[in-house]
Design a protein around this ligand. Structure first.
Ligand code: C2E
Ligand code: CA
Ligand code: CA
Ligand code: CA
Length: 276
C-alpha cells in the first residue's frame, strides 16, 4: 500500500506532469515542423592539419517560427524517443546528399566529403541500407563522399547485423566514423570487428587534454588505437590554439571546432571557402 501510495504521488507530481506534457507538445510541434519544412542543415568544416578543408558535418537545426533557431540537443533526443527520428533522419540524409551532389559541380567544393549523423533507430531499421542507396541514386551524390557518423551504443546493439549492414554500405563506397569516441560503452573488444574509417575524439577529452595529464593520456591512447586499427582520428570541439597544437603534436589527422568555424548555413560556408 505504501509503494502504491508513492506511485500515486509521483503520478500526480505536477512538475513531472508538466515535463510530460511539454514533451508531448514538442513532439506535436515537430510533426507540424516536418510538414512545414522548418528544418535546415548547417555545415561545420572538418579541417586537415595543412589547413585544407576535408569536408563538412551536416548538423540539423529547427527554424521555429516563434522560437527562432532551436538546437538539436533539445529536439533530437525527443525525436529519438518517438518515431519522429525516422522521417527527420530521412530528410537529413536526403538534404545532405542533395547538397553534396550540388557541391560536386563546383571545383571549390567538389572535393568535400559530407558527414551525416545517424541515430540508432534509423540504422537498425531493416531497410536502412536500401534507403541510403536510394537517396544516393535520387540525388546523384557520390557514395565515396558520404560518411556516416554513428555512436558506440548504436554499434554495440546487434553487432553481427551492424557489421553486415556496414559491409553492404561500404561495398557502395560509403565510409564510417565512430562519433563521440570514449564517452559511450567503450569496449575495446568490439572495435576491431567494426569496419570503421574514422574515430572522432569527443570534445570533453580535447578540453581535458590541455588541463590534466590524464586527459592528455586519453587522447594519446585514442590516436595510438586509431593508428593500430588503420583509422584516421579527428579531434572534435577544438576551440583554442593550444588545443589545436596539442592534437597536431599527438598525431590527429583532422579537427573540427569553433577555432576554425562554427556550423554555418550553406551560403556562409561558401563565403568562408571563397576566402581560404
Ligand atoms: P555531434 O554529432 O557530436 O556534433 C558536434 C556538436 O558539437 C555540434 O553541436 C557542434 O555544433 C558542436 N561543436 C562543434 N565544435 C564545437 C566547439 O568547438 N565547441 C563546442 N562547445 N561545441 C562544438 P550541435 O549542432 O548542437 O549538435 C548536437 C548533437 O545533436 C550532435 O552532436 C548530434 O549528436 C546531434 N545531431 C545534430 N544533427 C543531427 C542529425 O542530423 N541527426 C542526428 N541523428 N543527430 C544530430
Ligand atoms: Ca557527429
Ligand atoms: Ca561528436
Ligand atoms: Ca554527440
Amino acid at each position: 500500500a505504501k509503494a502504491a501510495g508513492r506511485n500515486n504521488v509521483s503520478f500526480f507530481d505536477p512538475a513531472m506532469q508538466a515535463r510530460v506534457s511539454a514533451r508531448a507538445a514538442l513532439e506535436a510541434d515537430m510533426r507540424r515542423a516536418l510538414v512545414n519544412d522548418e528544418f535546415v542543415l548547417y555545415y561545420q568544416p572538418l579541417m586537415n592539419m595543412d589547413g585544407t578543408m576535408a569536408g563538412t558535418e551536416a548538423l540539423v537545426r529547427w527554424k521555429h517560427p516563434q522560437r527562432g533557431l532551436v538546437s538539436p540537443a533539445e529536439f533530437i533526443p525527443v525525436a529519438e524517443d518517438s518515431n519522429l527520428i525516422l522521417p527527420l533522419g530521412r530528410w537529413v540524409m536526403h538534404e545532405a546528399c542533395r547538397q553534396l551532389a550540388q557541391w560536386a559541380n563546383d571545383k571549390r567544393t567538389a572535393k568535400l566529403a559530407m558527414a551525416v549523423n545517424v541515430s540508432a533507430q534509423q540504422f537498425h531499421r531493416p531497410d536502412f541500407v536500401e534507403q541510403v542507396l536510394e537517396v544516393l541514386a535520387a540525388t546523384g551524390a557520390r557514395a565515396d563522399k558520404l560518411r556516416l557518423e554513428m555512436t558506440e551504443s548504436l554499434l554495440l546493439k546487434d553487432i553481427e547485423g551492424t557489421v553486415e549492414k556496414m559491409q553492404r554500405l561500404r561495398a557502395a563506397g560509403i565510409t564510417f566514423a565512430l562519433d563521440d569516441f570514449g564517452t559511450g560503452y567503450s569496449s575495446l573488444s568490439y572495435l576491431h570487428r567494426l569496419p570503421l574509417d574514422q574515430l572522432k575524439i569527443d570534445r570533453s577529452f580535447i578540453w581535458a587534454a590541455v588541463k590534466e595529464d590524464s586527459g592528455a593520456a586519453i587522447v594519446r591512447i585514442i590516436v595510438a588505437l586509431g593508428k593500430a586499427l588503420n583509422m584516421s582520428v579527428v579531434a572534435e570541439g577544438v576551440e583554442t590554439l593550444e588545443q589545436l597544437n596539442f592534437v597536431i603534436a599527438e598525431g590527429c589527422q583532422s579537427y573540427q571546432g569553433y577555432l576554425f568555424s562554427k556550423p554555418l548555413p550553406e551560403p556562409e560556408l561558401l563565403t568562408l571557402i571563397a576566402g581560404l
